[in-house]
Design a protein around this ligand. Structure first.
Ligand code: SF4
Ligand code: SF4
Length: 324
């Protein structure tokens, strides 16, 4: 019998029961969500992104982030996400400014966006600025990808991967990193990352000659559009129970918010992209990039809630894959 999600042991209390004390240590990674517009409307999207969304980060906010990065010595990676971040017209500007900072840049790319109007130069922009690409491909079969991400997404994704391979991405010794992301098609946890990576590598190479660096497995968060899908299928409670029952203390010790912050399109600061999607402010209350002079000023306590079980179930989950 499933426990109602609201009656599950609170995540922070569960951490205490396991003698796990988590605060934010050194911030070495910043995730920037530069807009909610996307050319896709995937069933698992925690941002509720889609073609009709209009929220997008302005140049002034990007400039402020660059200023704060200069003042926050330890941040070595900036992870750009959305929506489809490439659809923000200031995306090339942000990339060039970050490149000047000599920082590791990641673009979370849905692949199909590379065939949208106006995106013709995006692959070369990314390559010239040595941007690592993390691309979603939730399966190596057409049926599963199109079911989750929309009709024809698979074919476009395969064409995009071929294009990226052609300019060096994912090729040995090119220095251009191409990592893929897997997330389950339904209400279950991801399989083991290493095993799945081998299967992806074998299938994509055999079928299309495609190569890539690593595969990250990510657990679907039971929030926003995915929560809606779960409720429609009468699976919401069972999925929450699965996450709770699969709590892994070792994964909890490594959750990504320990070393990361997230900035929204309007400059508000959050503990992570999921808290941003749920509009759960940081522990000291709402703060934006305009209220601080360095990211190091942001409080070390983290605003946990029960969706956090999505990060600690099974092998654990983060924007860079499994945790334990
Ligand atoms: S999951 Fe990614 S590609 Fe899909 S709708 Fe959301 S932002 Fe767009
Ligand atoms: S959902 Fe966010 S705040 Fe919660 S554990 Fe995961 S990264 Fe941390």
């Amino acid at each position: 019998m499933n426990i109602l999600p609201g009656q599950i042991e609170a995540f922070d209390k569960n951490l205490k029961n396991h003698n796990i004390n988590i605060t934010r240590n050194v911030i070495n990674s910043l995730q920037i969500n530069i807009g909610k517009k996307c050319n896709q409307t995937c069933t698992h999207c925690h941002m509720d992104a889609g073609p009709a969304r209009t929220e997008e980060m302005q140049k002034e906010t990007m400039d402020r982030i660059i200023y704060l990065l200069k003042n926050s010595g330890n941040i070595s990676t900036v992870d750009i996400t959305g929506g489809a971040p490439e659809l923000n017209e200031n995306f090339p500007y942000l990339i060039s400014k970050l490149h000047e900072l000599n920082i590791n840049i990641i673009d979370r790319c849905n692949l199909s966006v590379l065939f949208e109007k106006g995106q013709e130069n995006t692959p070369s922009l990314l390559a010239q600025n040595n941007v690592a690409i993390i691309a979603s491909l939730p399966c190596y079969t057409e049926e599963n990808v199109d079911l989750q991400r929309g009709q024809n997404t698979y074919r476009k994704s395969i064409s995009a991967l071929k294009l990226l391979n052609k300019i060096g991405y994912g090729q040995e010794d090119s220095g251009l990193i191409l990592n893929l992301v897997y997330n389950p098609g339904g209400a279950c946890l991801p399989a083991e990352q290493g095993t799945l990576e081998l299967a992806y590598k074998e299938e994509l190479k055999k079928q299309y000659g495609i190569v890539f660096n690593h595969l990250y497995t990510i657990t679907n968060m039971p929030i926003n559009r995915f929560a809606h899908t779960l409720k429609q299928n009468n699976e919401y409670e069972a999925y929450y129970n699965l996450l709770y029952d699969s709590f892994n203390p070792r994964a909890a010790e490594s959750i990504m918010c320990k070393n990361q912050l997230s900035v929204a399109w309007d400059g508000e600061i959050f503990d992570c992209d999921f808290n941003q999607a749920l509009e759960i402010p940081i522990h000291t209350g709402r703060k934006t990039v305009w209220n601080i002079d360095s990211f190091n000023e942001v409080c070390s306590e983290i605003s946990f809630s029960n969706h956090c079980y999505g990060c600690t179930a099974g092998y654990g989950s983060s924007c860079l894959g499994r945790l334990a």
